[in-house]
Design a protein around this ligand. Structure first.
Ligand code: TLP
Length: 347
């Protein structure tokens, strides 16, 4: 199987497995797991934030951030394809009593401008009967916008604008290491202007489980309480954190390879009749292409790719998403491309 459904499907590397087997552990609910503590300290150091907290999932980290930054009845400004809004089961309403205020990015890239965010802000000078804005949520790289990236300058512009209104900004950086690689920035620079950031060990970085939430010390202390409240207090979690520590050091230097493979895939796809994609827009490891011109539904194409060629992609609407990662080689990409050409041409 060539599994391009997501970069969440990677299996731990031999060095991750070794580190997991040898991990020193303790009860993390007592704060006594030395490996979890090391991971949190290392993440805080890399992101240059005061503190970090190991979370079971990116969704929990994002939702705890929303909870801590908002009050019930407030709105969260987010790009309309944002993960927090579309793929987290309306948790912001269930957990925080908050409402998403989706905003379209004018150029279709998924990368908002401050003026677009500004137009959606309901600050204290808004009429009394209008819901107040509680938070601005950004996403870098932007998953459903084809892994597009928000520059450091744009991030600063939006965060400065939001802060001037007294609003806080959370960055969903599930794949912020991919964004940093594509932009030639550090993750610290991309996260610096945000009040909190979440990143996943279990996506492009390839660890089996876990995400980190980072921010100020008081914010992270409160996040620890909410993690427990939601049932996310873990015990000998050092076996997981150990793989995360390896992922943090070993994987970022090789992400450029995944990006080159994604671009190569996109360039090949652009030549397939009926497929629509602009390869220049593929900056990281996510490739989303429109297949409405092929005369076949995306689901049907994915089913045939799986059954006839053992290639996996994700179909949604008129589009298919394919994601590169360290378990996918250049040869695998060539094979997937050949398979797609056959399926689309009816061979
Ligand atoms: N994304 C998954 C699916 O949920 C779509 C994937 O395969 O890409 N933020 C972003 C930007 C994400 O892409 C994801 C997961 C999350 C948050 C949630 O992380 P988890 O799955 O750890 O809860």
């Amino acid at each position: 199987m060539i599994d391009l459904r997501s970069d969440t499907v990677t299996k731990p590397t031999p060095s991750m497995r070794r580190a997991m087997a040898e991990a020193e552990v303790g009860d993390d609910v007592y704060g006594e797991d030395p490996t979890v503590n090391r991971l949190q300290e290392r993440a805080a150091e890399i992101f240059e934030k005061e503190a970090a907290l190991f979370m079971p999932t990116g969704s929990m980290a994002n939702q705890i951030a929303v909870k801590l930054h908002t009050r019930p009845g407030e709105e969260v400004i987010i790009e309309e394809r944002g993960h927090i809004y579309n793929y987290e089961m309306a948790a912001m309403s269930a957990i925080s009593g908050a409402l998403a205020r989706p905003v379209k990015s004018g150029d279709g890239s998924g990368v908002l401008r401050w003026e677009e965010v500004r137009a959606a802000v309901h600050a204290n000078d808004a009429p009394y009967y209008v819901a107040r804005t509680g938070l601005v949520a950004l996403e870098n790289s932007h998953n459903l916008a084809g892994g597009s990236v928000m520059s450091r300058e744009r991030t600063e512009e939006i965060c400065d604008g939001a802060h001037a209104f007294g609003l806080r900004v959370h960055l969903d950086g599930a794949r912020v290491f991919n964004a940093a690689e594509a932009l030639g920035e550090t993750v610290a620079a991309l996260a610096r202007p945000a009040d909190s950031v979440m990143f996943c060990l279990s996506k492009g970085l390839g660890a089996p489980v876990g995400s980190l939430l980072l921010g100020g010390r008081a914010f992270i202390e409160e996040a620890r309480r909410w993690r427990k409240l939601l049932g996310g207090g873990m015990r000998q979690a050092g076996v997981l954190a150990a793989a995360g520590l390896v992922a943090l050091e070993e994987t970022p230097p090789r992400l450029a390879e995944d990006h080159a493979n994604a671009r190569h895939l996109a360039e090949g796809l652009a030549e397939v009749p009926g497929v629509r994609i602009d390869p220049v827009r593929v900056r990281t490891n996510i490739v989303i292409f429109d297949v409405s011109g092929t005369g076949q539904a995306a689901d049907r194409i994915c089913a045939r790719l799986r059954e006839e060629h053992a290639v996996l992609g994700s179909g949604f609407g008129d589009s298919i998403r394919m994601v590169t990662h360290y378990d996918v080689s250049r040869d695998d990409v060539e094979f997937a491309l050949g398979a797609l050409k056959k399926v689309v041409s009816g061979q």
